[in-house]
Design a binder for this molecule. Sequence first.
Ligand code: GDP
Ligand code: MG
Length: 486
Amino acid sequence: LSSALTEVAQNFGGKQRMTENSIQPALKSVRRALLDADVNLEVATALLDGVKRRSLGMEVTKGVTAEQQFVKAMYDELLDMMGGDADSGGAMGGNPSLQSPTATLAYKEGSDPAVILLAGLQGAGKTTAAGKLALYLKEREVDSTALDLMSEEERSQTLASRMPKRNRKVLLAAADVYRPAAIEQLQILGKSIDVEVFSMGTDEDPANIAKAAVEKAKNEGFDTVIVDTAGRQVVDEDLMEELRRVKKSVSPDETLLVVDAMTGQAAASLTASFDSAVGISGAILTKLDGDSRGGAAVSIRGVSGKPIKFVGVGEKTAELEPFFPDRMASRILGMGDVVSLVEKASMEVSDADAKKMQEKMVKAQFDFDDFMQQSKMVSSMGSMAGVAKMLPGMGNMIDNSQLKQVEMRIKRSEAMICSMTKKERANPELLLTDKTARSRVTRIANGAGLRFEDGLAFMSEFQKMRTMISRMSKQAGMGAGMEPDP
Ligand code: GDP
Ligand code: MG
């Protein structure tokens, strides 16, 4: 799905506003990409309607292209569809990985353990998921690549919000009584992660096993019980009946359907039918590592109304992750974090400001105040390195030390501008060509704790920048930018 979508939306050609006509080809290819990815038809239609609604008449924000903005609309719709919140949280906060996942698992204070019941077809990955979930709940630390990019404060907030009550004491219950090997599989798993497994052999009724496991947990101070159940090849009434009985005997806090991502949109209809037959609280989407299409991830909530809570991304017990709708949406769009870049740009540049700036640039009136405003804008978008990383395909091409130098130069420039007088800021000539320029620059550099040479270097840099900006703006002014919309 992602590669198809990256090719989409190249027909906007620098338009300032998206129109019915200009988005039509893009919508058409997105539709094809969604259906190719095995996204459920109704879900695809709803997505496209939403993208269309969001895009039409949308002013194209300065500093971003129409196709980036189209992608953003697509991203927001995907997010909505998968249960994320496009209008708040991490998506607007800049760092999308700060958005909380849909994985909030019940935890109960007091003596009653939280019970998590796993259901699903044979081979979906239930037993594996039971072990993974046990390990996940047992562990304290967060497995997130985003964490080391965060500030101390962000990190502690994230840890607090994402990981309520981990470090749990977990009991696994073996309630798949149809194959002796199933119990053994769970026991081996449990041993490997040092989690106790409760079983009563294959002769006991699964509902009784689950009940006895919860009883044991209560007596022995376990705070969470994960019940692994049997599956069948296809959905059948026997399986549903058994699950209903198990459910009734332990009243689980979570009933999670384990579904295989490789089954595409069938995973979505399966989730819906399990929900109507047994009642589930969410899904664990397994084998996402083998699924490049994304049809299941996109469709499950749209078809069944149930959130995906976790995803399995490999065979190992550590390969389970909370489901982040925003990350999945980015992954599906496959365009780096174009989306957050668009959001940042649209937050930082109000239309009026951009227009005023452009006029000044064309008239070569660009002064130190404008310089300051621009560099503020860059720093409010995060570090240069952070911004550059978000550009598609740029992630690996950036030389960090070069960027650090640029950041350092910007900081110095800001310090110098701060020690200029109001008059000097608005009249760069005073520092460039005026006969008092030399003494002024000396004073300013000293004021910023720098040497005269640094001041000179900045002035010549500023001069070059001003000439270049004015030349570029004139060209842009005569080119596509002035073209009226069709
Ligand atoms: P169950 O019948 O539902 O209990 O399924 P199992 O837990 O026994 O898993 C069936 C197969 O799927 C096993 O070979 C697992 O290793 C594999 N499996 C489970 N989850 C994942 C996953 O997230 N990724 C991959 N690649 N394989 C998985
Ligand atoms: Mg099993």
